[in-house]
Design a binder for this molecule. Structure first.
Ligand code: KIV
Ligand code: ZN
Length: 402
C-alpha cells in the first residue's frame, strides 16, 4: 500500500450542493484553478447531467484547468496535472454525459454511484439487492469502456448491510473500478464504527488490494473530519473533502482540517500529501467569497479567530513563546500577521497584494478601484490602521453595490 494520501476535492460538486449556493461557470473555473495550485490530486468538477450549465462548467474545467501545471511542480509537489472528475448516477446517459464533459482533460475520471442500503433500495430505488449488484456490474463496465479511471461509490454505505456491501464492492472491482469510495452519506457513523467499516471492507472484499479505498463523510453529527481520519488510520488512501467543509446539509469533511491533522501528526497518520498548506487560508477566503457561505469565526484552521488570542494570560504566553498556545504556525496555513501596516500611505500595489492574500484575487479591475477608493477614505478616518476585518467588510460592500 502506498502512503500517498490522495486529496479528492468535491467543493465544486458536493460543496455546490449546499443550500443556497450556485456558482457561475467563471466562478467554478476560478476556484478550480486555485485548487490545482493548492495541490489537490482530484477535482470533482460537477454533475454534468444536472444541467447544461453544469456540463459546460465541467467541460471548461477539463479544458482550461486540466492541463494546468502552474503551482504543481517542484519538490514535495504533485508534479502531474490534476485529475478532473465528474459524477454520474448509474445510468448510461449519466455516465456518457459525465465522460463527454471531462474527456478533454489530460487526466480524467468518472465517478458513479448507486445506493446499497436497504432503506434506499426499498424506498428510493425500489430494486432488490440482486438487481442492485447486477446494475453495478453493468454500469461500472460501461464506465470502464469509456475511461480507465473509474470510481464507484455505494451511496449510504454507512448504513448498508456489511455482507451485501462486500458483495457489491467485489462486483465493482471485477467490472473495472479503480477506486472504491465509502460514503457515510447521512453522517450517521461514529469514528469507531466508520474506521471499523473501512478495515472490515478491506479485509473481506475480494480484490480489495487492487483498488484505492476512499472515504467520504458528512458532518451531520459534527464527526466528518474525525470519521475521515479514522478511515485513513484503517487504510483509506483517498479522502473526499470540500474547502471550508461546505456541502449538503451540515456539509462535507473540511479539506483544511484533514490536511492540517495529517500534517501535524505524521506519526499518527503515516501518510504524505502534496498540498501547499500556505494557500489554505486564501483558498478558504476565495470559496467563502464566491459561494457566499460565510466561514464561522471559530472554524478550525481558517476561521478569523483561529489564531487570535483574547485572554491576558494567553496573550502573555504567546508574546513569550508562540508555542505556549499555538500548535500550528499561522504562516504555515497562509495567515499573515500584518507585516505590511496598511494605512493612508499605502498604494495600489500593497492593497492589491493584500486583497489577493485574503482570497479576493477574482475582484475585477472596477471592483478593485472601488475598493481602493473606500480603503483610502477609511484609512484617513482610522487612527489604528486598517485591519483584515476592515478589508473583508469593504470588499463585501463593493460587491453588494454591484
Ligand atoms: O454523500 C454521498 O453519498 C455522495 C455520493 C454521491 C458519493 O456524495
Ligand atoms: Zn456526499
Amino acid at each position: 500500500m502506498t502512503n500517498k494520501l490522495i486529496i479528492f476535492d468535491t467543493t465544486l460538486r458536493d460543496g455546490e450542493q449546499s443550500p443556497g449556493v450556485t456558482l457561475s461557470a467563471d466562478e467554478k473555473v476560478t476556484i478550480a484553478r486555485q485548487l490545482a495550485r493548492l495541490g489537490v490530486d482530484v477535482i470533482e468538477a460537477g454533475f454534468p447531467v444536472a444541467s447544461p450549465g453544469d456540463f459546460k462548467a465541467v467541460q471548461r474545467i477539463a479544458r482550461e484547468v486540466g492541463p494546468q501545471m502552474e503551482g504543481r511542480e517542484g519538490e514535495g509537489r504533485v508534479n502531474a496535472p490534476v485529475i478532473v472528475c465528474a459524477l454520474a448516477r448509474s445510468t448510461r446517459n449519466d455516465i456518457q454525459t459525465a465522460f463527454d464533459a471531462i474527456r478533454d482533460a489530460p487526466r480524467h475520471r468518472i465517478h458513479l454511484f448507486l445506493a446499497t442500503s436497504d432503506i434506499h433500495l426499498e424506498h428510493k430505488l425500489k430494486i432488490s439487492r440482486d438487481e442492485c449488484a447486477a446494475r453495478i456490474a453493468e454500469m461500472v463496465a460501461f464506465a470502464k469502456s469509456l475511461c480507465a479511471d473509474v470510481e464507484f461509490s455505494p451511496e449510504d454505505a454507512g448504513r448498508s448491510d456489511r455482507e451485501f456491501l462486500t458483495r457489491a464492492l467485489a462486483v465493482a472491482i471485477s467490472a473495472g473500478a479503480t477506486t472504491l469510495n465509502i460514503p457515510d452519506t447521512v453522517g450517521y457513523n461514529t469514528p469507531q464504527q466508520y474506521g471499523d467499516l473501512i478495515r472490515y471492507l478491506r479485509a473481506n472484499t475480494e480484490g480489495a488490494d487492487s483498488v484505492v479505498w476512499s472515504v467520504h463523510c458528512h458532518d451531520d453529527l459534527g464527526l466528518a473530519t474525525a470519521n475521515s481520519l479514522a478511515g485513513v488510520s484503517n487504510g483509506a488512501r483517498q479522502v473526499e473533502v470540500a474547502v471550508n467543509g461546505i456541502g449538503e446539509r451540515a456539509g462535507n469533511t473540511s479539506l483544511e482540517e484533514v490536511v492540517m491533522n495529517v500534517h501535524t501528526h505524521p506519526h499518527v497518520y503515516p501518510v504524505h500529501h502534496t498540498i501547499n498548506t500556505k494557500l489554505l487560508f486564501s483558498t478558504s477566503r476565495m470559496v467563502e467569497d464566491l459561494s457566499g457561505m460565510v466561514v464561522q469565526p471559530n472554524k478550525a484552521i481558517v476561521g478569523r479567530n483561529a489564531f487570535l488570542h483574547e485572554s491576558g494570560i494567553h496573550q502573555d504566553g504567546v508574546l513569550k513563546n508562540k508555542q505556549t498556545y499555538e500548535i500550528i504556525r499561522p504562516e504555515d496555513v497562509g495567515v499573515t500577521t500584518n507585516n505590511i501596516a496598511l494605512g493612508k500611505h499605502s498604494g495600489r500595489h500593497a492593497i492589491r497584494t493584500k486583497l489577493d492574500d485574503l482570497g479576493y484575487a477574482s475582484l475585477t479591475d472596477a471592483q478593485f478601484q472601488a475598493a481602493f477608493v473606500k480603503f483610502k477614505a477609511l484609512a484617513d478616518s482610522k487612527k489604528s490602521g486598517v485591519t483584515d476585518g476592515d478589508l473583508h467588510a469593504l470588499v463585501a460592500d463593493v460587491r453588494s453595490s454591484g
